[in-house]
Every structure is written in structure tokens, then in C-alpha cells.
Design a protein around this ligand. Sequence first.
Ligand code: SF4
Length: 291
Amino acid sequence: MLQQTQVKTVIPYFKNFTKKFKTLKDLSKSNEKEILKMWEGLGYYRRAKNLLKCSKILVRNYDSKLPDSINEIKKLPGVGDYTANALLGLVYNKPRIAVDGNVKRVFSRNLNIDDNKINFDKFIEENKKKLFTTNRNADFVEALMEFGALMCKPKDPICLTCCLNKTCKYFKSKKKIKKIKSKMIKNKNYDIFCYINKNKQIALTKNNQISFLKNFNLPEIKETKNFSKIHNWKFLKNYKNSISNLKLNINLYYKFSNKIPSNYDWYSLGKNKEFIPSFTKKIFKQVSTLF
Ligand code: SF4
């Protein structure tokens, strides 16, 4: 849940989740529909799907225990190097470093070398005797990430009181490496077409090809290059929406109609039992202003 998401956002979801699923076995008995509904609003829904798949595999093939070898852990859905190392460190207290953006920045600044010029795997392997000097490896994994997030921050690192400032080359150097660039922001334009009816319902389909929302409930959505006049639909509003590194410029259109294409279903603009992604909920909010 915490990947790409702030702690304060995650807390209520985590509490709900762990209240409902007390054990891995409980989670493995759930289904995608239920998990997605509980994850609603948290975004990055692939995490929820993969977590459910992992729980089923672990219960079925591993006697509900996490494997303790990197190769086995990486066979689990959605688990790459970063997650595998984090798990081995946090769960099994193994000497591991989970190399995320925060950790890269800490090393990069200490060496005063751009992070894209560092081979982190090689660096960790060559310096393991210096890096892993504690038997509290689980704390060490977490501490490094927190150190990057709270002390060696992307903007304005707190160098004056930093415990590493005596050896940190960034702090000591007159020619400091440049700020590490944040993710490239991509701008995209979308036209969205909403069928609505007098019962305050909107027609949604899972049949869309928008990569970041593939197979989720949406009205008809088309990527466009330029703003062009649309016939037979009424323009409702232009608004912006950001998802990860995407900045979306959205033109919303609507049409009152009782007839909808066969692969669409009606959903209430109010509460729904089915999972509705935040992206679609924002559309609901705009369309609700018509009533
Ligand atoms: S001295 Fe500054 S740049 Fe160096 S590790 Fe500490 S906070 Fe980061």
C-alpha cells in the first residue's frame, strides 16, 4: 500500500484491511472484486490484484510462509528487486538494501556522483562489509529509506545536523551534483463521453484501452491531440486530473439517453457496491452537477 502512496493516506485502508483479513489464509479466500472495493481510492490497483494473487500462491505452494530466497520471492506476482530485498530485510532480517529513489539519493549524494552513473548492485556488493555492520538488518532497510525521505530530502537536505556530514562528499564539495530530476511529467488530452439517465445513473464499460485504467469501469474515453468540436454530445466541463506522472487535460461531454451500447451497464452516481476507481469517481462528481 505504501508504494507511491503517503502514510497518512494509507492508514485507514491498512486498518480496514488488517481488520478484515487477519491471516494470509483469510486474504487468500477473498476475490478481486472484494479487494478492489476495499482498495477504492488508493490508486495503483495492480498492487491490490498482485497482493491477492501472492496470498493465494503462498497459501497453496508455500504453507503460508514467505520464501527466504531472492529467486523464489521474485517469482511472486508484482515482486521485483526492490520489493524482494525489502521483504528479505524486513521479514528475515537479512543484510539487504531496498534501492528506491530515497536510497539512491542518499548514496548518490554521499559519493557526489549522479545516480544514473552508479551501478547500485555492484556498489552494494563491493561495500557490503562496510554497509552491513549491524545485526538489526530489518531496521537498517527501513532506516535507509526513512533517512532519504526525512533527512537527505530531494529538496533542502538537512545537512547541518546530518550524522553523515563529516564524510558526505555532497556536503563537503564545492561542485555538488545537480538536483536529481523527478519523474518526467507527461501531458495528455482526453475526451470523455458520458451516457446518463434521469435516474442519476451513468453508463460505464470495462472495454477501454487506456493503459493505466485498462479493464476498469469507465465511460467512453478517447485520447485526443487537439481540442475539436464534438457533434451530438453536450460539453459539460474541462478539468485537470493527475495520475502518477501523467497530467491529464479532460474535456467532459454528456448525453441523456436510455439506450446504451451493449457492453455498457448503468451505475448510480451515488454509492455503488462495485469497485469504482478514483478517476471515474471524479467524473461522477462533475456529472452530478447536472442534477
Ligand atoms: S550531509 Fe546532507 S547530502 Fe549528505 S547525506 Fe546528510 S543530508 Fe544528505
